[in-house]
Write a new protein. Sequence first.
Length: 278
Amino acid sequence: MIVVGYDGSKQSGAAVRWAARAAQRRREDLQVLTAVPTPVLHTGEFLPPVTADEFAAEAAKIAAAGVAVAEAEGAPDVVGRGVTANPAQALVEASAGASLVVVGNRGHHELIETMLGSVGHAVSAHAECPAVIVRGPDAGCLVRVVLAYDGSEPAERAAVFAADTAHSAGASLHIVGAWSDPAMTYGLPVVGDAKEIAEDVHKELQAIRESVLARHPDLTVTTEVTRGEAPVQIARIATGAGLLVVGSRGRGGFRSLLLGSVSRRLLASAPCPVAVVR
C-alpha cells in the first residue's frame, strides 16, 4: 500500500497525482491520509469553538477530496483516511505498514500548516519505507530517473528502489557519482590525483550499473561522474527528471544523522520529486 499526505493545497494535490500514478505502476492500493492537528491550549485560555468532532469531520472531508483527485488520475483502489493528529507523526506511523509514503514539499489549509521543514523533513528522516517528497511545478510522467550514488549502504538500497521504479515506469535510469575536494571548497591543497579519483568513482558507478542490469536486463542505464559540490551538481543533472533518488545519508556522514547533508539540501533544492531511501 502507498500512503500519500493530502491537505488541500496545490502541492499536496501534485503529491496525490504522483502517488496515484505510482499506485497504477506498482499495482498497489493507495491511501490518502489527512491529519488535522487539534489546537494546543494553555491554562486559563478559553476552549475554541471548533470541537474535536468537527476537526475529525474536516479531516475526513479533506481526505475525500484527495481521493477524488487520485481517482481522476486513474488510481483504481483508493481509500481516504482523516485523523486528528500531528501530520508528521501520522504519516510516519502510517509508513510502518506502507511500501511508499508520499508528501508534497509544502502545503497549507486553514486547519493545517505543513512545511517541508517540519512534515517533509520528519517523514523523509523517520519513515519506515522509502519517502517521496514531490517538488517542482508539476510532477509529470516518469521518463527519466536519476540516482545519486556514493557506494554507501543507503545508496545501495536506493539503487534497488531507483531501478525497480524506472523499470516499472518504462523509464531510463541515470546514475550520478559526484565528488569534491578541499581545493574546490576551501582553497586548500588538492588531496590525491583528480584523475585517479574520477576513475575510482567511475568504477563504482560501473559496478552498480552491472548490478542494476543483472536485476533488470532490459533497463536503459547510463552513468555520469561529476566534480563539484554534490547537491549543486546532482540538482543540475536532475533537471527535467521525473524522480531523483538518494540514500538517507552517505558514507561521509556520521551514522547518528538520520539525514545526510546532501539529502537534506536536495530536499530543499532539487528541481523534481525526490525519493529518500533509508
